[in-house]
Design a protein around this ligand. Structure first.
Ligand code: SF4
Length: 583
């Protein structure tokens, strides 16, 4: 099958040995690539501890990576999450996927544990491990500056080396595999970095058809205001969401005690524009370029980071948000978990967080010193240690992102059914409920949300397996990407075929979690959302969620997804999806 090389590089850090393994093309078709294929290699190992040396850390490209297909060069990083104990997977930008593909590799699977801190270096067919002791404690941008001449750089910062449960892997110093603790898994293997460079050309089955699909995608993107309009992602970055979410009175504020932040208008994308005069940059192979860097070289925060280091912790100092973002990125920590853990700390201790204190606590988290060392375990373990786990605004131990579920009921369901814990990237019903695309729905109703969430999860599983960018799907659909996939691979596939594969992938991830003991008890929100009102006003009422309706909708979702009443996979559904051999 063209598009993929059909080749995985396995690296055992205990022995220092590596080998290439061919992938059967039927398996590539069955799982697409990216997230789908990464899970194929992780599944059998899921009952191990995340820190077991035999537990794989997987980097997987997609079939379109390195081709003309727009924004398809992301990389799936898959692992067992130290933060949640669930399957962990992140889609990360930067040039890693492209370089792996050009080096003739579809994926890299790392097991074992090196005796000392090491790096893996790949340059076309040459693979080696190198001593990285001299880089111990190096920040992620120091790592990038020192190694960038070797190609793409993926690495960890001091937070991972110091045991932070939500430590990230940074790619090219600016792109984050953030959620769930991939960085800590890398640290447990004594792996500081990976560099990859390649010179190969990815084979494409039908270049003319791919050119046509590329044109179609670009035309639809150009016609979509949310992407390329004056207030869209291309012009404002994800910061564009800040005003929108604030105006809907669903901005997580004060550890989700309120839903409106009265300083929001001085912390939005315009405020960043005035303060930093930013320029665009982005992932390789993408023409949207939704990231922002100030003229002084400061990387600017994205929406979730903005919300979590401003309203969520009641900080009204813009430069303190930027500084918090810088500390987290350089140390290699997920900004969502870090911000939400500070908010939880602030509520439990009653301490008001000043810019100085925010910096002090984040540095403490990353270095494992002082009060910060307790916070490096995440909000759930911190709150539990203080006898009040209900004050951690998390699901399965992962902190919630920048949308209060009392303002968008689909998101309430999406948070609990996400296989990696509270997440907006497994399903994004905000698209229907706030952006009104592709079909507008009532945000204060659970009606229809079970099906919307299920379909969105299936679709996003496909996108993460193609290693494409979800943002482009505000404008185009799986139809254009099915055409691109068919053109690249020569495997004629429709959007419906892809969606069915997405269902299989999502169900498989649910099976992985079930193997680890996760049930419906874990698919729940903190009690606050069922008992406390948000910040009503301006004609908008933010009421507590109705628990009965929530549970009824969750049951509907289980039925549609092929799960039993306890949220566990049904044999009949596994059989329908061709997965009974995994039961
Ligand atoms: S839209 Fe943004 S996140 Fe998506 S591929 Fe482009 S630069 Fe990366």
């Amino acid at each position: 099958m063209t598009g993929s090389w059909g080749r995985i590089l396995f690296f055992d850090l205990s022995s220092g040995e590596h080998r290439y393994e061919e992938i059967d093309s039927d398996i590539c078709r069955f799982w697409i690539g990216g997230k789908g294929l990464a899970g194929y290699y992780l599944f059998q190992e899921m009952t191990r501890s995340w820190k077991d040396p035999a537990m794989p850390l997987v980097f997987m490209t997609g079939p379109l990576t390195g081709t003309l297909a727009p924004a398809s060069g992301r990389t799936c990083v898959m692992f067992k999450s130290p933060l949640t104990g669930t399957v962990g997977d992140c889609s990360v930008g930067g040039s890693l996927g492209w370089q792996l593909k050009k080096a003739g590799i579809d994926g890299l699977i790392i097991t074992g544990r090196s005796r000392g801190l090491c790096g893996i270096e790949i340059s076309d067919g040459t693979v080696s491990t190198e001593d990285a002791g001299w880089l111990a404690g190096a920040s992620t941008d120091e790592l990038y500056e020192r190694l960038k001449r070797k190609g793409a750089v993926a690495g960890i910062g001091p937070a991972a080396e110091n045991g932070v449960l939500f430590a990230s892997i940074m790619v090219d110093g600016a792109f984050t595999a953030g959620r769930g603790g991939a960085g800590l898994v890398s640290a447990s293997k004594n792996l500081k970095y990976i560099t990859v460079s390649g010179t190969g050309k990815v084979p494409v089955h039908d270049s003319e058809r791919l050119r046509k699909a590329n044109e179609d995608i670009r035309r639809l993107v150009a016609a979509t205001p949310a992407l390329t309009g004056e207030h869209g992602l291309q012009n404002c970055g994800t910061a564009a969401l800040y005003d929108l979410i604030s105006s809907r009175r669903m901005m997580p504020t004060s550890n989700f005690r309120r839903t409106y932040f009265n300083k929001a208008s001085s912390m939005n994308s315009h405020a960043y524009g005035d303060a930093y005069n930013p320029k665009r940059y982005g992932c390789k192979g993408c023409h949207i370029l939704c990231k922002r860097v100030g003229e002084d070289g400061t990387h600017l925060p994205e929406y979730e980071t903005m919300s979590h280091f401003s309203s969520l912790i009641e900080n009204e100092n813009l430069r303190a948000v930027t500084e918090a973002n810088r500390i987290c990125n350089q140390a290699g920590m997920d900004t969502i978990s870090a911000g939400a853990t500070l908010a939880c700390f602030s509520e439990i201790t009653g301490e008001k967080l000043t810019p100085y204190r925010i910096t002090e606590l984040l540095i403490g988290m990353a270095s494992g010193k002082g009060k910060g060392s307790e916070l490096g375990q995440g909000s759930y373990l911190f709150a539990e240690s203080k006898g009040c786990p209900e004050l951690s605004m998390s699901v399965k131990g992962m902190e919630m992102p920048g949308y209060d579920p009392r303002g968008a009921y689909g998101m309430a369901l999406g948070y609990v059914t996400s296989t990696r814990g509270a997440c907006h990237l497994r399903a994004y019903p905000i698209s229907h409920e706030i952006l009104r695309k592709p079909v507008a729905t009532d945000r204060f109703s659970f009606a229809g949300k079970a099906r919307i969430v299920k379909i969105a999860e299936d679709m996003n599983a496909v996108i993460d397996s193609l290693t494409a960018c979800k943002f482009l799907f505000f404008g185009c659909s799986l139809e254009e990407y099915a055409s691109a996939y068919s053109a690249v691979t020569g495997n004629e596939t429709s959007a419906q075929d892809l969606l069915k594969t997405g269902e299989r992938i999502y169900f498989r991830d649910r099976m992985m979690n079930a193997k680890c003991g996760f049930t419906s008890e874990d698919d729940d929100l903190p009690p606050r959302f069922f008992s406390e009102e948000g910040s009503s006003g301006n004609g908008i009422e933010i009421l507590p969620l109705n628990r009965e309706e929530f549970l009824e909708t969750r049951s509907k979702y289980y039925r549609i997804r092929g799960l039993n009443l306890e949220g566990c996979p049904l044999r009949s559904k596994a059989k329908e999806l061709g997965l009974e051999h995994l039961l």
